[in-house]
Design a protein around this ligand. Sequence first.
Ligand SMILES: [Zn+2]
Length: 333
Amino acid sequence: MALSFYHDDAFLLCDNQQTLQGVVATLRRASAIILDCEAQDIGYVGGQLSVISLGVAGSLLSSKRRGRQYHPVFLVDVLAFSRRQLRSLYDILEDENVTKVVFGGRHDFTELYHGQGVYMKGVIDLQIADVVSRDILEEDFEDQMERLGDRYFDDDVDIDRYDNIHRLNSLVSCVEEHDVDTSRIPHELKPYHSGRWLQRPLSFDQLIYASGDVLLIDLLYRYFRSMHLLEDDIYEQSAKYISLNIDARVNKNDEYWCHALLPLDIIYEADGIPMTCDGCGREMMSGNFARRGGRGRGRREDKCAVCVIIDFTGNFHFLRALHLLTIYQGYED
Ligand SMILES: [Zn+2]
């Protein structure tokens, strides 16, 4: 069964077998699918999936050259189905010949993998493509440092330590930075919603929220393609990035996993022998660990270059907060 759409609805809630069959039939014919998930604590310990938002790339309300027939964002209510009922949809997510376009898909992948037993393949992660594009657009080291801002850049840290440190964009900041026109999106982008993704029925604002990111990713994907910013190895880089937590979910308050820095060994590979980082726990080549005695000398540090920056800036922010608290308390007295 195929579904037809001629009206102006931005999304279609899919919570019964008949609609699900139609959605799967439509997605099967797509060469690229936009994907985004909503969940409670997505990808973290205790996470639980709520909605998988899916769109056929280039045929959404946000798309410029859509035909007379377009597709709404399909909001698949995961709680309305058994895993077996969702299997035909999951087969598409696991098919590496169908491109899935995501933004920051590490949490989506982790939730699908650990929560649903789905190994998503054929992924283009635009958050990674965005970092790669900075090289293509010839950004220099100063721009790279400016992006880190006060949160991650500390004057007291040896500048060499920042060589491989890149800040990731959020979806909205990425869309703004590339000046992508969002005027075709028919509703407010991030309406306030309860955040209670396991309650039913979902509110209208939650449904709008769940469909908004798919429309933004569709626009961004079109932009990256038109600007030739997607290189062949983006599939490989994306696969590495999204599967970082394939061994286990991480804790929601783990500071070495909850930051906006690009993990090492995703885009730029280092040489050496395998070592395990004491912060994030990842096994990486020793070139990702600085030497204690500075450049080229001494034993390697126990933490990778990213986790060391998290330690430095984390301490810095903690001390500053403590300092401000002391001043504040001083005034109070
Ligand atoms: Zn680390």
